[in-house]
Design a protein around this ligand. Structure first.
Ligand code: HEC
Ligand code: HEC
Ligand code: HEC
Ligand code: HEC
Length: 240
């Protein structure tokens, strides 16, 4: 009898895992997954049936945290609003990196020179031909050699892995300023002055290890259903 109960519990939990549906927010290579969960009558997200991309969030601030300090003391949006982001660390399969990169299990690298690797070939199949920077940069221009849980700034300071914008910004200053001002990237939330907004950080869209080829064009979603009683939306095309 007791075994039967256990069997049912195990079966139910396996089914829950199989049934758990995953959508993605931006990167399609498994780095922006969202689990679709029931909340009351609805779901936490609505996802495209054609692509699997999240189209709508019940709570746009679910799982977010404050963006954290930004370096420049200049006038920018995040100074006037509650800016939140999603942590990147929990999406990284190898975090915390210092489990291995502690100088003992994996020795600290001697210099920044590109060399063949026996590890991480799942994300960078050909480390001597990195698909970012056209040969001008390599791993340790971004990853901190002595504190592998962080990135590294131009002056050798650690950058938190939840703030990739600071890393990207050190080389892509113009795009970084555009992002900060809301011209590049994406935000959702309240548009009221001082309102709360979720910002997307650079690596939610860009794979840092492969910035080429450019993004594939996404098929447009089918038009939404017309409201009850409306037969056509032609009148929308007329400009008054
Ligand atoms: C399971 C152990 C392990 C974990 C965890 C791990 N790495 Fe590594 N990593 C290695 C090994 C081993 C090498 C060296 C490969 C070689 O020399 O061929 C390496 C090499 C590297 C390199 C090339 C430069 C260097 O130091 O040799 C980078 C960059 C790197 N890892 C980044 C990371 C980051 C970032 C994380 C965490 C998100 C991480 N690694 C987590 C094992 C690991
Ligand atoms: C342009 C900067 C840049 C370069 C160059 C770079 N990385 Fe990274 N790397 C990143 C960023 C940013 C992340 C975090 C990605 C995210 O948030 O999705 C990352 C993540 C990683 C991870 C963690 C992946 C995981 O899922 O745990 C490993 C391992 C890694 N890099 C290894 C390397 C190796 C090895 C090289 C060189 C062959 C390299 N990186 C070159 C910026 C860089
Ligand atoms: C150490 C300097 C450095 C860092 C840090 C860096 N990049 Fe780059 N990136 C480059 C260089 C160099 C190029 C090649 C520029 C070119 O082709 O004109 C490049 C190219 C790119 C491109 C392609 C540009 C194009 O015109 O097609 C993208 C996208 C990109 N980087 C995004 C990022 C993101 C996102 C980050 C942060 C995770 C980042 N970069 C961090 C140096 C860097
Ligand atoms: C919401 C998604 C998103 C975010 C967030 C985002 N980007 Fe982009 N980025 C794009 C798209 C889309 C393009 C256009 C790519 C194309 O045409 O192939 C682009 C283009 C670029 C390019 C090439 C620029 C050019 O003029 O061709 C660079 C460099 C770049 N982004 C860097 C960054 C950096 C740095 C950040 C963070 C500060 C960032 N991006 C944040 C989506 C994003």
């Amino acid at each position: 009898m007791r075994y039967a109960v256990w069997l049912i519990i195990i079966a139910v939990s396996i089914c829950q895992q199989v049934w758990a549906e995953e959508c993605f927010e931006s990167r399609t290579d498994g780095y922006t997954p969202v689990e679709k969960k029931r909340i009351g009558e609805d779901y936490n997200v609505r996802c495209s049936e054609t692509t699997g991309a999240v189209l709508w969030w019940a709570d746009p601030f679910e799982d977010t945290q404050p963006m954290g300090d930004m370096p420049e003391n200049i006038d920018a949006d995040y100074l006037h609003e509650e800016a939140v982001v999603k942590s990147r660390k929990r999406f990284l399969k190898f975090y915390p990196c210092t489990n291995c990169h502690n100088g003992v299990v994996v020795p600290f690298p001697k210099n920044k020179k590109p060399r063949p690797l026996i590890m991480h070939l799942d994300i960078i199949p050909d480390p001597l031909n990195l698909k970012h920077g056209k040969g001008a940069i390599w791993c340790l221009d971004c990853h901190n050699p002595r504190d592998r849980n962080t990135f590294i700034s131009h002056s050798g300071e650690p950058i938190d892995m939840d703030q990739p914008q600071k890393l990207c910004g050190k080389c892509h200053g113009q795009i970084y300023r555009d992002w900060r001002d809301g011209i590049h990237g994406k935000r959702i939330g309240s548009w009221q002055k001082g309102g709360k907004k979720r910002w997307w950080v650079c690596t939610e869209c860009h794979n840092p290890h492969d910035v080429e080829p450019p993004f594939k064009q996404v098929k447009p979603e089918p038009p939404p259903e017309l409201p009850k009683g409306m037969k056509s939306a032609e009148h929308e095309r007329k400009h008054h």
